[in-house]
Design a protein. Structure first.
Length: 177
């Protein structure tokens, strides 16, 4: 009987490792997806602006009525989606003197939860503490935000999926251990 339980525990450890690896890959894909969505949004705006300018240049005859540019809903793949302000960095790179108050509220909440935790935390532990349902989509979205905070120096990720307050930010010195 003991060997069966040992075999099950061994299989569980293997599967748990694969699950964590897949969660890491999904988080990386979420970050890449967001970057590509941002690029697509910029390209759509550029195309719309260029079309408006070309229409104005072609309609230089004062007798010809000015053509109204196409509405965004007709040409944008983001029709009905919330429009983002292009060129504004929602999560700035951390630098000395920069306080969490400059971040959007959800990022401030994430930093607070990570800072209050007794040790490293995972995205699935943070989600309920910031008032979200413990659903896969919410966890992955939060994981992408955590990765962004790591990229910008607000948090550290010493082990895949385990987030802690940034040692640089808490000590104030980029050379601190």
């Amino acid at each position: 009987m003991g060997s069966l339980l040992d075999a099950i525990e061994a299989e569980e450890a293997v599967v748990r490792g694969r699950v964590e690896e897949l969660e890491t890959q999904v988080a990386e894909l979420m970050v890449r997806l967001e970057a590509e969505r941002e690029r697509l949004s910029r390209l759509v705006i550029t195309r719309e602006t260029a079309g408006e300018l070309l229409a104005r240049m072609a309609g230089s005859d004062p007798a010809e009525p000015a053509r109204e540019p196409p509405r965004a809903e007709e040409v944008s793949p983001f029709a009905g989606a919330e429009r983002r302000v292009v060129g504004v960095l929602a999560v700035p790179k951390w630098q000395p003197g920069l306080e969490p108050g400059v971040l959007p509220r959800v990022y401030q909440d994430i930093l607070e939860v990570v800072g209050d935790a007794p040790g490293p935390v995972r995205a699935k532990q943070i989600v309920p503490r910031i008032g979200l349902a413990a659903e896969t989509t919410k966890i992955e979205g939060t994981r992408a935000k955590l990765k962004r905070l790591v990229e910008r120096g607000w948090l550290d990720e010493d082990s895949p999926g385990l987030f802690t307050p940034s040692r640089t930010r808490t000590t104030g010195s980029p050379n601190s251990p």
